[in-house]
Design a protein around this ligand. Structure first.
Ligand code: ATP
Length: 306
């Protein structure tokens, strides 16, 4: 009985973990309502990553046939490089990230990682290679240690703490009432947006994936928090193939390549400097953000003067 029980129990835990990870992912991408079932191909193989290249080849996609979303998207992210997706709301940026994670199958074209069609590998082996830092991180009703260890459940306490250090949240955790044993989530200590994001970064550091997908938070964080987060993100993304959905252009000026999306198409691509020189859509977006930043600064100055 004991022998039988142990594997079943293990299976239960494992199953719940996968379920939870789905809930986590669904939340991540606001997919709670409709998450289409994507099935492994009967001949699916394990994905095997050696270099870390991402390729979208002529990809077209719709959620509903009446409304095409992505049209003929083609780009290649060379191993270790950082590409940024920018563009107006609804352009299809998050959709590209969802497709990489294979939440949906595409209708045309092919998405490859190191030459392997992601529709022909097992979803588990695909997702194992990818670390996601979402806009809004979901915390489990458990202690903070569990929440970070979630990135790699086999990690030792020491690894968890090192990851927390690298994500610049270790000291903060030590100041919690029960340190790493402090309960967080809905029924525990509430963490700020910036703290939750750092938990997601610590998880990703533990996972050490070949690919990182980053959905930048729209809500502005205070300047110091923003700087800390940028620096820990910089550390994990270094030498890892990274795709960032960026809302604040200031965070991606060093990206190897910026893809500007509009109505599901790539309308401009290049480095920050190249795109500014073009004086088209990206340059306009950049100037608008500068103006807005200056206006905010004036507002702040006025408030301080009072
Ligand atoms: P934002 O900057 O606002 O996050 P985005 O560029 O990331 O926007 P997407 O979230 O990729 O845009 O959405 C692209 C289009 O697809 C939008 O018109 C959106 O309404 C539509 N869309 C997104 N998710 C679904 C879905 N699950 N079912 C149907 N349509 C969807």
């Amino acid at each position: 009985i004991v022998q039988l029980y142990a594997p079943l129990n293990w299976f239960g835990t494992y199953y719940r973990m996968i379920q939870q990870s789905f809930i986590d992912m669904e939340n991540m991408f606001d997919l709670l309502k409709e998450n289409q079932e994507v099935k492994d191909d009967p001949n699916a193989t394990e994905m095997f990553i050696t270099k870390g290249m991402v390729e979208f080849n002529n990809v077209s996609f719709y959620y509903d046939p009446s409304k095409p979303i992505l049209q003929n998207i083609t780009f290649v992210v060379p191993p270790g490089q950082t590409y940024a997706l920018v563009g107006p709301s609804g352009a299809g940026k998050s959709t590209i990230i969802r497709l990489l994670f294979r939440f949906y199958d595409i209708q045309e074209g092919v998405i490859r990682m190191d030459g392997q069609d992601i529709a022909m590998v097992t979803q588990s082996s695909l997702r194992q290679q990818i670390g996601v830092v979402p806009q809004d991180t979901v915390l489990f009703n458990n202690d903070i240690r569990y929440n970070i260890r979630y990135g790699r459940v086999s990690a030792e306490d020491e690894d968890v703490e090192n990851a927390a250090r690298a994500a610049d949240i270790h000291e903060r955790i030590l100041s919690f009432p029960e340190g790493y044993k402090t309960m967080v989530g809905e029924r525990g200590l509430k963490l700020s947006g910036g703290e939750k994001q750092r938990v997601a970064i610590a998880r990703t550091i533990l996972k050490a994936p070949n690919f990182i997908l980053l959905d930048e938070a729209t809500s502005a964080l205070d300047t110091q928090t923003e700087r800390n987060i940028q620096s820990s993100l910089g550390k994990i993304c270094e030498n890892r193939t990274t795709i960032i959905v960026a809302h604040r252009l200031s965070t991606i000026i060093h990206a190897d390549q910026i893809l500007v999306l509009k109505d599901g198409q790539i309308v401009e691509r290049g480095t920050h400097e190249e795109l500014l020189e073009k004086e088209e859509m990206y340059a306009n977006m950049w100037n608008q953000q500068l103006t807005r930043a200056e206006e905010n600064k004036e507002d702040e100055d006025e408030t301080t003067e009072k």
